[in-house]
Ligand binder design. Structure first.
Ligand SMILES: *Cc1c(COP(=O)(O)O)cnc(C)c1O
Length: 424
């Protein structure tokens, strides 16, 4: 069947034809390719079209598609253990590997998605501090749990409005919104609710409003203010963990959170998530402590095996990060040069192998307000041109371009060549 036929038929059985909204390509008005298979940096749709993939499953496939070692780990494990709902040695191996190779994680709890990790970690922070409120930043995404789906409306910092139907106002009264890279907006909230802020959660390298790295000074101040008010600092490294560096964004800044969340890369492409941090805090979790959190599928052996194969491969080959850095530098530089030649106003933000080309007249993009100045129509046109040229990028201005370890110099050149042939 053709992409369009499959997509149309899917719409009869799944809302919008998809299981996650962004896959419907609604903002760009293009029929989504229906993907049949992938190998390395390339994916192929049902019509046999080949794409160089810069989505990489929204980050997880850092080793490229169907990496031989990951496939082998999945096959070998699945041959004798798929699910028991009981303890296995492979979950210990992955937990021990993460705790001993990244900072700030003394203990870890495995879950099944990034959403589950963030909703659980905030419950833990509340249980530990015995406080109620959480500060999040406008433009940061922490999964689809109700309490996170709040946007800052027109400079109203303290009173959020739900960003989704089905989220009662009562369930977001404890969500406070501050502005990214703006410590003053955080201070105001701490002064107002000084004894009731359980935690501040942040993507230390934001990836969900396009790539916007936090400024170091801002994160330092955030660390200080959390300490001052006995609130916990949570880094949501679901996207940046094992991506911007093996040890994540925290290692780049040298600023360490009390709790951290992972997902995406850590599951090797299978559904996975985790949260971890100081032992004293993690031991508040049931069965040791009073904070209840459970999961039938948590620590699933096949998932753990895929995660373990991926993380150990990355850890044992640190040069892959240097290579991706070189390629992403080349892509950033090339994008800016071509945009300049064409007279397209553009800001290109980058951290490691995460890049966003913002179609904006602004000189820099430091927060959600800046990101929202982008020309969505121009992006849509660019997107359509790129995908027709065989370059698979996310169908949204507010997402990252991801590299994987299988991308080559030629793949970057193909990307730039496609952009060069884009006619306004
Ligand atoms: C993707 C993402 C999530 C949500 O993870 P899911 O596995 O999609 O539920 C949470 N936080 C950040 C920073 C993410 O990038």
């Amino acid at each position: 069947m053709r992409n369009l036929d499959i997509f149309n038929e899917s719409k009869k059985y799944m809302p919008g034809g998809v299981n996650s909204p962004v896959r419907a390509y609604k903002d760009v008005d293009v029929t989504p390719p229906i993907i049949k298979k992938g190998k390395g940096a390339y994916i192929y749709d049902e019509e046999g079209n080949k794409y160089i993939d810069f989505v990489c499953a929204w980050g997880p496939m850092i080793l490229g598609h169907c990496d031989d070692d990951v496939v082998k780990a999945i096959q070998n494990t699945a041959a004798e253990s798929i699910a028991f709902g009981a303890s296995t040695e492979i979950e210990l191996k992955l937990a021990k590997h993460i705790c001993s190779t990244v900072d700030s994680v003394e203990m870890i709890r495995m879950v099944n998605s990034g959403t589950e990790a963030t909703m659980s970690v905030v419950k833990l922070a509340r249980g530990y501090t015995k406080k109620n409120k959480m500060i999040k930043f406008a433009g940061c995404y922490h999964g689809h749990a109700g309490g996170f789906l709040v946007e800052a409306g027109s400079g109203v910092l303290t009173e959020g409005i739900p960003g989704s139907a089905g989220v009662p106002k009562e369930s977001i009264v404890n969500t406070l919104i501050a502005n990214y890279n703006d410590i003053q907006s955080v201070k105001v909230l701490f002064e107002k609710y000084s004894d009731d802020i359980a935690c501040v959660i942040i993507e230390p390298v934001a990836g969900n409003m396009g790539v916007i790295p936090a400024e170091k000074e801002f994160l330092l101040e955030l660390r200080k203010i959390c300490d001052k008010y006995n609130s916990l600092l949570i880094f949501d490294e679901v996207m940046s963990g094992f991506r911007v560096a093996y040890k994540g964004a925290q290692s780049i800044y040298g600023i360490y959170p009390d709790l951290i969340t992972y997902a995406k890369i850590m599951g090797g492409g299978l559904p996975c998530g985790a949260y971890g941090g100081k032992k004293e805090i993690m031991e508040m979790l049931s069965p040791m402590g009073p904070v209840y959190q459970a999961g039938t599928m948590s620590g699933n052996p096949v998932v753990m095996a895929a995660g373990y194969a991926s993380l150990t491969k990355l850890y044992n080959n640190p040069s892959v990060y240097e290579n991706m850095e070189k390629l992403s530098q080349k892509l950033q530089k090339g994008l800016l040069e071509i945009a300049k030649e064409k007279g397209i106003p553009m800001v290109v933000n980058r951290c490691g192998s995460m890049i966003t080309a913002f179609f904006t007249k602004k000189r820099e993009v430091r927060n959600f307000e800046d990101a929202k100045t982008c020309d969505a129509k121009l992006f849509a046109k660019y997107f359509e041109h790129m995908i027709k040229s065989g370059i698979n990028i996310a169908p949204s201005q507010f997402e990252a371009i991801f590299l994987c370890t299988k991308h080559t110099d030629e793949d970057i050149e193909s990307f730039l060549e496609a952009f060069r042939s884009f006619e306004l």
